[in-house]
Design a protein around this ligand. Structure first.
Ligand code: CP
Length: 336
């Protein structure tokens, strides 16, 4: 079993299934173990959050522990992550000391560090998260990095399983128009996890909004291993045909990475068509509608769809709590 929870790619299908089983037990109240009794978990937020922060704090409490929430540059010192730099600018503390100090107090460290949307070749390596993992003596939990949001993806897989059963489903990940470019962690992790658990996956996006090539190769490989299929299309209507799950998310173009205004001008042409509305949902096989939240209503998805009985976005958000308890329990030595 991996020591950290950085991406689902590090965990086998059997290990992911075990986490989902454990999450389901927590959710139905069948597991009331307190593996964090008398222990603390640090939660390091470089970026804002509602769901991740609240569900982690509540989950740690419910497992018997307490959360120590830190915001570098706010409630804790500004942090440098690069090796060998002369720290004579605005960064006060290095990750090397930060994580080793926290490791003396805490059983695990969760970290949220979004993409800066400046330099794709650097950010695709998840440099801040990697520095945490490299220098930490205790498990690191990715609470959304530049490339991955594995806790969200695990909650998404639990939600699909609860709503539609464990068998293979036809799952659509669709890009949606948004007024500005957003990071790719959520679509990356959703597509990867869906492939790992064996769903037939369609990824729909306009030309120029391709996901990372190496990640797509990984998704193809995992889909093949699971005996499932994956296809990519730029036909936003046909993509919905027969889908059982519709997962909407916007993301930025790698072509215009670091040039937000160019991306904004490029994406303007997709504003009218790339929204999840009732007409598109009518083409599906009674699909559930999913989004990680926060979501811009009547931009990504119409009110009629997100407020319909097919929308499972609140259950999805609830499931963040249960899957993260499973991850925390597993990484802290419990059954999980
Ligand atoms: N989905 C998600 O991670 O939500 P927050 O950004 O509010 O944590």
């Amino acid at each position: 079993m991996p020591r950290d929870f950085l991406t689902t790619a590090d965990w086998s299908r059997a290990e992911l299934d075990a986490l989902l089983d454990a999450a389901a037990r927590f959710k139905r109240g069948a597991d009331r173990a307190k593996p964090l009794a008398g222990r603390s978990v640090a939660l390091v937020f470089f970026n804002p959050s509602l769901r991740t922060r609240a569900s982690m704090q509540v989950g740690i409490y419910e497992l018997g522990g307490q959360a120590v929430v830190l915001e570098p540059g706010g409630t804790s010192w500004t942090l440098e992550h690069r090796a060998g730099v002369v720290m004579d600018a605005d960064k006060t503390e290095h990750v090397r000391e930060f994580v080793r100090v926290l490791g003396r107090y805490c059983a695990a460290i969760g970290v949220r560090t979004f993409a800066a949307l400046q330099d794709w070749q650097e950010e695709r390596t998840d440099p801040v998260l990697a520095a945490f993992a490299r220098h930490s003596a205790v498990p690191i939990i990715n609470l959304e990095s530049a490339m991955h949001h594995p806790c969200q993806a695990l909650a998404d897989m639990l939600t699909i399983r609860e709503k539609l059963g464990s068998e293979r489903k036809r799952v659509l990940l669709t890009w949606a128009w948004h007024p500005k470019p957003l990071p790719m962690a959520v679509p990356n992790s959703f597509a990867l996890a869906a492939a790992q658990v064996g769903h037939d996956l369609t990824i729909a996006h306009p030309p120029g909004y391709e996901l990372d090539e190496e990640l797509i190769r990984e998704i193809n490989s995992r889909t093949f291993d699971a005996g499932a299929t994956v296809r990519v299309t730029d036909d936003v209507d046909e993509a919905f045909d027969g889908a059982q799950v519709v997962y909407a998310k916007s993301w930025g173009s790698r072509q215009f990475y670091g040039a937000a205004q160019d991306d904004i001008e490029q994406r303007a042409q997709y504003r009218a068509d790339w929204i999840v509305d009732e007409a598109k949902m009518a083409r599906t096989d009674g699909a559930i509608f999913m989004h990680c939240l926060p979501v811009r209503r009547n931009v990504i998805v119409t009110d009629a769809v997100i407020d319909s009985p097919r929308s499972v976005v609140i259950d999805e958000a609830e499931n963040r709590l249960h899957v993260q308890k499973a991850v925390l329990a597993r990484l802290s030595g419990g059954e999980g």
